[in-house]
Design a protein around this ligand. Structure first.
Ligand code: ACO
Length: 333
């Protein structure tokens, strides 16, 4: 079995045009801009159009990532779409994107892992590249969270938004320990699953009239408990991932955390001792886009020209499961 480096060769993202501000939400539920900003850091989020599904968001991000990589759809061997809001249970969203892209040589499957989905996708892609099985894998994460939002629940509806991000992971050259996707730490704490769930809509409890009346086909969350788990868990998994890459905290140039809440990001950064200028933050513009959040942030910091070859990027997320995941990526060449 060969062992080759897996390198990110292209990134892209897409967010829908429609902006929903905190002032707009004040018209929908009993909330205020002051509460939302002080508790979450979110000022606005993007909302997909009624006729825009998760695959449409993912397709736009994927096209941008392919263009950035200088590849044609036919070059891709596998499409991995991380989402908790697929177009349907099946056909799965990655098959739909494969068709619309015209990626006629690609296999495709979805990855359902909440907000850690993008890191899970990169981790999975690395295996196929490292073994020599595939040359190029398209990893995308796309969410239309507003399709599972309860617009009567002020505790959750102010938090989420829609969007998509994508990365092309390709076979690189050189030392796999020093190039591209350097290290991962992925952890599952299923005992905390109840903290973030969609109660109805699966085989445990199909959607019926009672579920619809209770809006149990929408996302439910125990916010304060999740907050505590995230603030403790993110620095721990971040430290483990940095150590696994053979680096120290001082070697990390950019920290991209799952954009759930500014207070969580700042508290975790303090525990990790990361200076503010190394944190990538866009939760104010997009809210929590679940699996898409770290991919969108990576694309933004790249397009702003702030990433340089050799920079070490820490991606670290938490989310439904409860899952924690970290990755260290060396950018370039
Ligand atoms: N506007 C005004 N008041 C509100 C709102 C709102 N939108 N939402 C809740 N409140 C009220 C509550 O009713 C409560 O009032 P009470 O004291 O009279 O009962 C008060 O504010 C405090 O509520 P808490 O839930 O304790 O507020 P907290 O300070 O914990 O902040 C928050 C809530 C922002 C959700 C926080 O707990 C959090 O960020 N948790 C983590 C959530 C998270 O990251 N989720 C996603 C993780 S996984 C994924 O990304 C899919």
């Amino acid at each position: 079995m060969s062992r080759r480096p897996a390198v990110i060769t292209g990134v892209g993202s897409y967010v829908p045009e429609r902006v929903l501000t905190n002032a707009d939400l004040e018209q929908i539920v009993d909330t205020t801009d002051e509460w939302i900003v002080s508790h979450t850091g979110i000022r606005e989020r993007r909302i997909a159009a009624d006729d825009e599904a998760t695959s449409d968001l993912g397709l736009a991000a994927s096209r941008r990532a392919l263009e950035d990589a200088g590849l044609e759809p036919g070059d891709i061997g596998l499409i991995l779409c991380a989402t908790v809001t697929p177009d349907h249970f099946f056909p799965v969203t990655s098959n739909i994107i494969q068709d619309k892209l015209g990626a006629d040589r690609a296999a495709a499957f979805d990855l359902l892992s909440g907000c850690c989905g993008f890191v899970y996708g990169l981790w999975t892609a690395r295996q196929f590249i490292a073994t020599g099985e595939l040359e190029h894998v398209l990893v995308l994460s796309a969410e239309k969270l507003t399709s599972i939002t309860d617009w009567t629940d002020r505790a959750t509806c102010v938090l989420f938004g829609d969007g998509a991000g994508a990365a092309v992971v390709s076979a690189g050259e050189g030392d796999p320990g020093a190039t591209g996707l350097l290290a991962f730490v992925m952890e599952s704490y299923g005992e905390h699953g109840r903290l973030l769930r969609v109660p109805a809509g699966g085989s445990r409890r199909p959607v019926d009239e009672e579920a619809l009346a209770a809006r149990d086909n929408c996302l439910r969350m125990e916010g304060p408990e999740l907050f505590k788990l995230a603030v403790r868990g993110i620095p721990e998994v971040a430290a483990k991932t940095i150590a696994r890459a053979g680096l120290t905290q001082r070697d990390i140039d950019w920290v991209i955390m799952h954009q759930a809440n500014l207070r969580i990001i700042e508290a975790a950064a303090k525990r990790l001792n990361v200076p503010e200028e190394r944190l990538v933050i866009n939760v104010d513009k997009y809210g929590n886009t679940s699996a898409a959040s770290m991919a969108i942030a990576l694309d933004e910091v790249y397009r702003e020209g702030r990433l340089e070859p050799g920079h070490n990027i820490l991606l670290v997320g938490f989310g439904a499961g409860f899952s924690l995941g970290g990755a260290v990526v060396r950018w370039g060449p």
